[in-house]
Design a protein around this ligand. Structure first.
Ligand SMILES: [Zn+2]
Length: 289
């Protein structure tokens, strides 16, 4: 997906990396080969790299231009963080796509993070004169207050993950006075608002967009792969609370199925955007081209 129009809102994808990443059996503890193969026969071919058996996984930021604001949703892994491989993605592609979208750091009004994992808050900060400072000097950064607190606690306990993720990408934003620490029901205006979808992370949220009678939702990591739309019970090895994640996924998919709501999952490969449709007891994901 390069661009999507939702009424008066234009949504653009800024990609950090894409391509084959991880085998589904290494991601989903409930994986079962027969079930997976059955789904993969009828899911869009972009979801799997047949040569390696790996899922195609993209890391991207969405830019939303509304009539009032320029907003980033999720900021990939960023630069200079010193993360070990494989999370040490080259920085150039993201920067070039950001520039090609006609953006500059000072033009961003809001940064939303669906959750505060390593690959969703990286570009929040940049290293300047040995200090982590907000990348976007004029932006307010919207963090769920209990998501922020959970990672602060984990960081203070010395857990890894999060390692340095909270200290490098989140704490400096609060110290700079640019954070909005919000609740589940945060509403920016009549176009953009949050809904809680906890489980993958303590207070994971989706970002909703409504304009001109159309709707879209940035779903963060509510699902990492289209297999989880067919099998919502397939939690991942990275989930904070797998049971809660399953409940959030099932509830969300049930709410949007058949409604024409455009879905924007951060990690789904190009063209990324799709529609959820009912499919027996579960759901299907139809990429929109
Ligand atoms: Zn992620």
């Amino acid at each position: 997906m390069q661009q999507l129009k939702i009424g008066d809102v234009t949504i653009t994808s800024i990609v950090e990396r894409d391509g084959p990443w991880r085998k589904p059996e290494a991601m989903f503890p409930a994986y079962d080969a027969t079930t997976a193969e059955k789904h993969l026969e009828t899911l869009d071919a972009v979801v799997l790299d047949r040569a390696t058996g790996m899922m195609n996984i993209t890391y991207q930021t969405f830019v939303m231009r509304t009539p009032h604001h320029t907003i980033l949703v999720d900021t990939c892994t960023g630069e200079d963080k010193g993360y070990p491989a494989p999370m040490d993605f080259p920085k150039r592609r993201w920067l070039e796509e950001f520039k090609a979208a006609g953006l500059s750091f000072d033009a961003i009004d809001y940064v939303f993070c669906t959750h505060l994992h390593i690959d969703h808050c990286g570009w929040n900060t940049v290293l300047r004169n040995g200090r982590w400072v907000p990348t976007f000097p004029n932006a307010k950064y919207v963090f769920h207050k209990r998501e922020y607190a959970a990672w602060e606690e984990a960081s203070n306990r010395g857990e890894n993950p999060p390692g340095n993720v909270w200290r490098f990408n989140c704490e400096p934003i609060v110290e700079a006075g640019q954070a909005l620490l919000v609740d589940d029901d945060y509403t920016l205006d009549d176009t953009v608002w949050l809904t809680p979808t906890p489980g993958h992370a303590p207070c994971h949220c989706c970002v909703n967009i409504k304009s001109g009678g159309q709707r879209a939702v940035v779903t963060g990591d509510l699902m990492h792969h289209a297999l989880q739309v067919r099998e919502p019970d397939w939690y991942t090895i990275f989930d904070w609370d797998a049971k809660q994640g399953i409940e959030s996924r099932r509830r969300f998919l049930g709410e949007v199925a058949g409604t024409g709501t455009f879905i924007l999952p951060i990690h789904f490969p190009n063209p990324t955007v799709g529609l959820v449709e009912p499919m027996g007891a579960t759901f299907d994901y139809k990429f929109v081209r």
